[in-house]
Structures are given as C-alpha cells and as structure tokens.
Design a protein around this ligand. Structure first.
Ligand SMILES: Cc1cc2nc3c(=O)[nH]c(=O)nc-3n(C[C@H](O)[C@H](O)[C@H](O)COP(=O)(O)OP(=O)(O)OC[C@H]3O[C@@H](n4cnc5c(N)ncnc54)[C@H](O)[C@@H]3O)c2cc1C
Length: 386
C-alpha cells in the first residue's frame, strides 16, 4: 500500500507527481516519500525518448532533477509518466481500522457562536499537540473536520483510527468538543455525497472496506477546490471569516455541498525536510480544502465567486492567500486554483505558494527536459525567461 487519496476514484498519473496524501499519511508520509524512479517520455530536442530517472542518479544531474520534479512538481509539466516505481518495503496497510463520524447540528451552533469558535480552537490545538514527526500515540489518526455551509445542516468530524483500542479515538473526539454545550450526534446529513452507512458513531472494519466506504465520489459533478497549509491553530481572523461566510446565503444558490474541509496533517509527513521532495510544506499540522460541488453549469460563476470570496476573507491578513508566513504555508498543486495566477503572468502567486523555494529547481528541469514548453497548461512550470 502506498499512502494516497481518501477518494479511491482519483487516478494515479497526475496525482502521484503532485505529492499525494491520504488517510495513512500521518503514519506513512506522502505518496512521493516512497517513490524511487519514474519512467518519463520527454521530447527534449524535438525527439521523443524515454528516460528512467532514479532517486539515486548523480546529484545535480538532469536525470536526478527530472526524478525530483516528479516528487511534487505536478502533472503535465515535463513529459508523460509511463511508470512509477516505489521502494521495496512500502508500508503494509493496517488489517482493520475504526471509522468514526460525528456531527454537530448547525441549528444549535448558530444559537451558540462560542461553540463554533471552541470547536475550531480545540481541533487546531489538538493537532498542534499531536502532529510532531515522532508523535507517540496519534500517528494512526487521520481526521477530516467538514465545516459545511449552514444550509447543509451539520458540521461533521470524520476520522480514521488505526488501532485496536478505540480509547484514543474517543479521547480525541472528547477533546474536540470539550467545553462546548452543543453535543455531537451521529451524522445524519450527507456531506458532498458521503454519509456512512451504519447507525453508530464508531465502527471497526477491515481497512480495505473502510477505504471503499469512504469513497464519496458518486456521479460526475462540477466542482471547485482551493487549498491551504496551516502551521498553527486558527487565529481569530480565520475563525471570524469562517463563521461569517459559512452562514451567508446567496439568493438562488444551493450551497449544501459547499464546505471547508480541515484535514489533519503532519507526523511522518513532517519527518522529511522541505527540499527532500518537491513538496516543501513539511511543518504543517492542517491542510484545508475549500470545496464546492454543483451540477447546473449556469451556476458556475456564482459558485466560483462564493468560494473565492470565502477564501479571500479567511486569508485577508496575508493578502487574500495562505501566504508563506508564520501561520500558513502556501497551497497544494493537486488542487490547482487559477485564482492564484496563470503561467506567463508576472505576479502569479502559484509558483511561490505551491513550490516555495523549490521552483527554481523545477525551472532548471523544465529548461533541460522541455525548454520549448511542449507540455504546458494554465499553471505550468515555466522555464527561466519563458
Ligand atoms: C474527489 C477528489 C478527491 C481527491 N482527494 C485527494 C486526496 O485525498 N489526496 C490527494 O493528494 N489528492 C486528492 N485529490 C486531488 C488529486 O490528487 C488530483 O485531482 C490529481 O490531479 C488527480 O490525478 P489524476 O491522475 O486523475 O490526474 P488528471 O486529473 O488526469 O491530471 C492532472 C494533471 O496531471 C497530468 N497528467 C495526468 N497523467 C499524467 C502522466 N501519466 N504523466 C504526466 N502528467 C500526467 C494531466 O495532464 C494534468 O495536467 C482529489 C481530487 C478529487 C477530484
């Protein structure tokens, strides 16, 4: 098993080279932490050729740069990956895991604004205390706090716990709702297509069954993602913006499938240094996914505008984006977001927010392997001077 995605319908070709994380990443790191070789078809000099680029190619060689570029540089930039090779001894999946899903009714949270704030503070503080690279108890815990738009009806905390004893899982849920008057119930409303098909809060099952159970992909829909890495618990500005925007209605717009999903992060992900792979965010404790789904294309502009407004409000202090800062640390290339700028735009933020200081090395690989920019898209890596 390589640690990757929560939704099993996600593919491999573009996903792995963007870094890849999933419900076992606090225990086993990112997908690319286990990658050792990529076989890539490039068109260097106008001729198609396959290069086998290995982690142990000579330091500073174009081949090692090409390998490194596929450990987080993102798809569609350097060539076509024909094959990914993973290290011998990749982790075994746990035989069984606990799945837990609890919910707090929005109707009660609206009555008690202090509870919403407490929930966010407790969640962030728990993760700040339990996400170190050598965390002794909670590496096997992965959690997704689904802060839905209020029209959905419930805020959901979905967790996977890799341990026989459910005690630490129960302690975690108790810590998250500590001090709140609103008490968690079992989840009753689906969030973005996902509602666990059993009536209790926690249930143990084989890992593979849990993985299948968590797949909320469902029918094809339209969707928009934005993302952010958070290094520390939320500040008052983040909480106030979330509280205001998640209760805001837009006439004629159904926001039941709109949410800010706060994934746990860290532990073994943070055992790597920023330059080891092209995923430089290696000290975050939370990864935020801003998501909205809909089916009617006439609503495209409204959904995009709402999500952009929510995101700008949360990161108002840092220019409307999760700037490289003490609190936040950029965004994830696998949730590509054109609001962060497009290729060729002088002030585009995406090179900095996705790649931080690693962008220059990606540009070096781009110049050598695809200097003419045959492989390109709205947020390509662009060769220097390109
Ligand atoms: C419902 C849903 C859930 C998700 N959950 C997670 C999650 O839990 N964890 C996570 O890390 N990410 C998650 N993602 C994001 C996911 O990693 C990206 O959408 C990823 O790009 C999907 O990979 P793909 O292979 O389907 O790529 P595609 O969407 O097919 O392509 C993405 C980019 O990669 C390029 N590409 C595709 N194949 C290749 C190849 N062989 N060689 C070179 N370039 C290629 C494409 O040209 C394109 O530019 C999720 C996405 C969705 C829609």
């Amino acid at each position: 098993m390589v640690p990757r995605v929560s939704c099993h319908s996600v593919g491999a070709g573009g996903h792995i080279c963007g870094g890849g994380y999933g419900l076992l990443s606090r225990r086993d790191g990112l997908t690319v932490d286990h990658l050792v070789q990529v076989d890539v078809a490039t068109v260097r000099g106008g001729t198609a050729a396959v290069t086998q680029a290995h982690r142990d190619d000579p330091a500073g060689s174009p081949e090692q740069d090409l390998f490194w570029a596929h450990t987080g540089g993102g798809g569609g930039n350097f060539g076509v990956v024909l094959r990914y090779h993973f290290a011998a001894g990749i982790p075994a999946p746990p035989p069984r895991v606990w799945l837990s899903s609890v919910a707090w009714p929005w109707g009660e949270l609206v009555e008690r604004p202090g509870d919403f704030e407490k929930l966010l503070r407790n969640y962030g503080e728990f993760l700040a205390a339990h996400s170190g690279a050598d965390e002794p108890v909670y590496q096997g815990l992965f959690t997704l706090l689904k802060l839905t738009h209020h029209s959905n009806g419930n805020v959901v905390l979905l967790s996977q716990w890799d341990g026989e004893d459910p005690g630490p899982l129960e302690d975690f849920v108790a810590a998250v709702e500590s001090g709140m008057e609103t008490r968690a119930t079992v989840q009753t409303q689906s969030v973005a297509g996902l509602l666990l098909p059993y009536p209790e809060k926690h249930r143990q099952m084989p890992w593979f069954q849990a993985t299948m159970t968590l797949n909320g992909s469902g029918d094809n829909q339209r969707g928009k993602y934005k993302s952010a890495y958070h290094r520390v618990p939320f500040d008052q500005g983040h909480i106030d913006a979330l509280w205001e925007w998640l209760r805001r209605d837009v006439e004629g717009l159904d926001l039941k499938q709109t949410l800010v999903q706060i994934d746990s992060y860290g532990c073994r992900i943070n055992a790597r240094r920023p330059g080891d792979t092209a995923v430089p965010q290696r000290d975050s404790i939370m990864k935020l996914q801003y998501q909205t789904y809909w089916t009617d294309e006439r609503k495209d502009a409204d959904h995009l505008e709402y999500l952009a407004g929510l995101y700008r409000a949360v990161y108002r202090r840092t220019g409307g984006v999760p700037e490289i800062d003490t609190d936040t640390d950029g965004a994830y290339v696998n949730y590509p977001d054109v609001d962060l700028g497009t290729a060729g735009q002088a002030d585009a933020a995406y090179p900095r927010l996705y790649y931080k200081g690693g962008y220059e090395r990606l540009q070096r690989a781009k110049e050598y392997w695809d200097g003419k920019g045959v492989f390109r898209h709205a947020q390509s890596v662009v060769a220097p001077g390109g």
